[in-house]
Design a protein around this ligand. Structure first.
Ligand SMILES: Cc1cc2nc3c(=O)[nH]c(=O)nc-3n(C[C@H](O)[C@H](O)[C@H](O)COP(=O)(O)O)c2cc1C
Length: 163
C-alpha cells in the first residue's frame, strides 16, 4: 500500500477481533511514530507498547471497546522540554495510524476520553509525574468494515493563492 492509499484507507476503527498484534508489527508502527518530525528535533515524546491483557482491560475504563484491542500504544510527552509537544505527539500519532493501516490493522486516536483517567493511567503505566500521558492508540485486526466519516470536499477547504 502506498502512502496515498494508506491515507485514503485510514478510518477510525473501534471494533477488533481480539487477535494479538505481533511484536514485529508493533515495532514497525512505533518506528513510524519515532520518525515523525518534532519542533527543533527535540523529540520530547516516548512510546509505551502495551500488550498485556490485564493492562489493556484496565485501559478500557476510558472506552469499553479498548478491551478488544490487540495492543495499545501510549504516547507520553515531556512538556518541560518543548513548547510543541502537542504537535510533536500528533505528528507521531498520524504516522502510526498510517503505518498500522498499511499493515492491515485498524486503530483509534484516543485523547479526550483518557483525560478523566490520566492520573490513574499514569500510575498503571508507571509514567513519571513530570510527564503527561498525551493519548492512547488502541489497535488490532478490524472486526467488520469501519464506518467512514465523511470529509469536506476539497473545494470547500482549499483556496489558491489567497483566502
Ligand atoms: C485529537 C483527537 C482526539 C480524539 N479523541 C478520541 C477519543 O477520546 N475517543 C474516541 O473514541 N475517538 C477519538 N478520536 C477519534 C475521532 O473521533 C475520529 O478521528 C473522527 O471521528 C474522524 O474519523 P476518522 O478518524 O475515521 O477520519 C480523536 C481524534 C482526534 C484527532
Amino acid at each position: 500500500m502506498n502512502i496515498f492509499e494508506a491515507i485514503q484507507n485510514r478510518h477510525t476503527v473501534r471494533a477488533f477481533t481480539g487477535e494479538a498484534v505481533p511484536r514485529d508489527d508493533i515495532l514497525k508502527i512505533v518506528d513510524a511514530g519515532r520518525l515523525a518530525p518534532t519542533g527543533y528535533n527535540i523529540q520530547p515524546r516516548h512510546f509505551i507498547a502495551i500488550t498485556e491483557e490485564d493492562t489493556i482491560q484496565h485501559l478500557s475504563k476510558a472506552d469499553e471497546w479498548i478491551a478488544e484491542a490487540g495492543a495499545v500504544i501510549a504516547i507520553v510527552i515531556d512538556p518541560a522540554r518543548s513548547d510543541f509537544t502537542t504537535e510533536d505527539a500528533s505528528a507521531a500519532m498520524e504516522n502510526m495510524l498510517l503505518a498500522l493501516t498499511a499493515l492491515g490493522y485498524g486503530g483509534c486516536w484516543v485523547e479526550g476520553d483518557i483525560e478523566p483517567h490520566e492520573a490513574e493511567f499514569k500510575r498503571l503505566l508507571n509514567i513519571p509525574a513530570e510527564l503527561k500521558l498525551f493519548s492512547l492508540l488502541p489497535l488490532g485486526v478490524p472486526s467488520g468494515t469501519p464506518h467512514e466519516n465523511p470529509k469536506k470536499p476539497i473545494d470547500e477547504v482549499l483556496k489558491w493563492e489567497t483566502f
